[in-house]
Design a protein around this ligand. Structure first.
Ligand SMILES: CC(C)(COP(=O)(O)OP(=O)(O)OC[C@H]1O[C@@H](n2cnc3c(N)ncnc32)[C@H](O)[C@@H]1OP(=O)(O)O)[C@@H](O)C(=O)NCCC(=O)NCCS
Length: 157
């Protein structure tokens, strides 16, 4: 059974390990343990049978614009609904706290995000501040990521 909870200080090494699995190939940004600790309030972790098996972070850009980032599920636990549980927990939190929100991600996993209700959008619709991390990404000059967006019902209707 999968549970998702806010990340705690003692999850930092495990979050670091999970991100390192995919940071080398540029699928997620490399983050130091200090950086993870500093932004720990943005992170949730998923547990499967009591063991941390995935993580994700939600960054708030202001103006009700937020980003799903640093989303990784341990390869041994993929395909069991863990990634879905992480993103759905983020969405549930947003629905509770905000009347309006726009949640986006830049990803190669467009089919996964489509299953969760996201739609592909033109990446240029986002303000410049979201590109601040691109300078840290090894693929910055040849980015192949797809922008996906999910909006609160208030915005869609
Ligand atoms: C992408 C990732 C987070 C998905 O997590 P997961 O736990 O394996 O996915 P889930 O089991 O929750 O899948 C949820 C749904 O998406 C579908 N799905 C997942 N990955 C998919 C893929 N690559 N292609 C098509 N569908 C996919 C599943 O079939 C499932 O559909 P359903 O619930 O309607 O049956 C995980 O595979 C991962 O960590 N990948 C490597 C790192 C990465 O790419 N991170 C994303 C950075 S933005």
């Amino acid at each position: 059974m999968v549970t998702v909870r806010p990340a705690a200080e003692n999850d930092v090494p495990e979050i670091f390990r999970l991100l390192e699995l995919y940071a080398g190939t540029g699928i997620v940004l490399r983050r130091s343990q200090d950086d993870i600790r500093f932004f720990l309030g943005n992170f949730v972790v998923a547990e499967f049978d009591g063991k941390v098996c995935g993580c994700g972070a939600m960054r708030d850009f202001g103006g009700n614009l937020l980003e799903v980032r640093s989303l990784v599920v341990d390869p041994a636990c993929q395909g069991k609904g863990v990634g879905r549980a992480i993103v759905e927990a983020m969405i549930s939190g947003l629905k509770l706290r905000r009347p309006e929100w726009r949640l986006f991600t830049l990803t190669l996993q467009d089919k996964f995000f489509k299953r969760l209700g996201f739609s592909e959008v033109d990446r240029h619709m986002f303000p410049e501040k979201i590109w601040s991390d691109c300078s840290k990404c090894p693929k910055h000059s040849c980015c192949d990521e797809i922008a996906m967006l999910l909006e609160s019902k208030g915005k869609q209707e």
